[in-house]
Design a protein around this ligand. Sequence first.
Ligand code: FPP
Length: 258
Amino acid sequence: MTHTSSTQEVPAHRDVPRHVAIIMDGNGRWARSRLLPRIAGHRRGLEAVRATVENCAERGIEFLTLFAFSSENWRRPAEEVALLMQLFRSALTNEAERLHRSGVRLKVVGDTKRFGRKMCALIQQAEALTGANRGLTLTIAANYGGRWDVLQALSRLAATKASLEKIDEAALGAHLAMSYAPEPDLFVRTGGEQRISNFLLWQLAYTELYFTDTLWPDFDARALDEAIASYRARERRFGRTSEQVAAALPTTQRAEVA
Ligand code: FPP
């Protein structure tokens, strides 16, 4: 694994989360409450994506991961799935250049083959264009599921013929779809539901969870700051006692906490 595991090593304390992962829920309800078709909510959702990318970069967040389409979202009505695919295609075509100009590195994780050759080519082009950028890493999880991820990592690990005794967290982690990123510090789910919905199951082991009733299209800079403020108020113990956590803080912050 490029980054250390939270169950193996305690990560350094940070006031601003290094990695934020978001389940963007509530587009449909946002549209319905305005008597609009659901796709209008997804379009507004894309605007909230643009703003959140900018807001995260401004706040020094290094990794932003957005759950755009789960392995289970294929169960939606065919018309909504088709319109969402259209929206993803046009977003990839129109946004890649803008992301590149802002220094954002774009990654797409998930079983993308199911999206077809044209979409896979667009993903590859956008990833290649932005691959050397050193700003925010924006990961879009598309046709992604946490269980799919663990299984595909296991199957790639098995293909290396690694002996069973040598399989540890680092060996598996190296094959996870997001092995390039540290584990999320903060998980946000908008739209009022309180579940993980098969998102980054392995990586969320010690992530701080934050649920808000705000619908995704309304998730603005203030809503992001509220999530960060909630994260800041948490005591991240990683299995330790409160006393150990306080002793490990930099001296300046120990005074603030006391
Ligand atoms: C969940 O809201 C949202 C989705 C399944 C799609 C997310 C897509 C976007 C935000 C737009 C495009 C994004 C990218 C990254 C190109 P829901 O439809 O389940 O809302 P509901 O619970 O109110 O019905």
